[in-house]
Ligand binder design. Sequence first.
Ligand code: IPD
Ligand code: CA
Ligand code: CA
Length: 288
Amino acid sequence: MTSTPVTASDPALPDGVSVTDLRSLAESLATEAGAMIRAGRPATVVVADTKSSDVDPVTAMDRAVEELLVSRLATLRPHDAVLGEEGDDIPGTSGLTWVLDPIDGTVNYLYGVASWSVSVAVVAGPADPATWTVLAGCVHDVVANRTWSAGLGQGATCDGAPLRPVEAVPLARSLTGTGFGYAASRRALQAQVLAQVLPRVRDVRRLGSAAVDLCLVAQGALDLYYERGLNPWDMAAGSLVASEAGARVVGLHADPPGRTMTVAGRGAAVDELVAILEAAGADAPDGA
Ligand code: IPD
Ligand code: CA
Ligand code: CA
């Protein structure tokens, strides 16, 4: 991720737009959506449809939240593009794209376990983690009612308080978050890779919301995180929160983070984890 501060005259920003304004809009969108999810979660959540596989659910709430976010943006930022997980891919003319995950952690939402979040980010350039510049982002943890946000060059906060510097931890003492894809063939390789990682770290957590995982790395509640297969909406806001908090967010083989692999953490442990993942062939073809 780039960490170059963006100024009002930066070509990435349309005239009259500031990172501060974009960040505060991301915060208000994510928290409004979070309140809607908190108030509207039925006692029994049903699966409305499945997406990439039978275990990749979508609920009515995923769709309703994306609809809310898209309608707010149509009013407040009508010239910006939108890329939403639930299918909204709206072109724009400003050069900015809002990247939305209405519920990150839908399986958790379905079962009522652990956390689920709303992730809202705005990027300059195409909505592609390999080339975009994330300008601002907000991750709202709906269950814990806590909100992380960041603006490029502005640092990151949790509930408005700046995140404090976090010390790097040696690999062997690193609590390491990860996640698994929805395709069985990917999971088979991920299980083999996990067998290489688990003996070398303190322990592994699979919490179920990639956006929250990245924010936990930002504040030092996870030391490391890695996952293959993240989509732009899973990582846009959380990766900015992590990098603005001083964490590194990288890929394998010196590539940018993204679908192939996203690794986040601090210090030498990041390089050591990258080396383990590369040696394990974590990015090898897996049929997914
Ligand atoms: C998923 C969550 C999960 C991660 C998956 C994502 P969704 O997002 O972030 O933690 O492991 O890769 O797809 O489907 O709940 O929005
Ligand atoms: Ca997601
Ligand atoms: Ca989602």
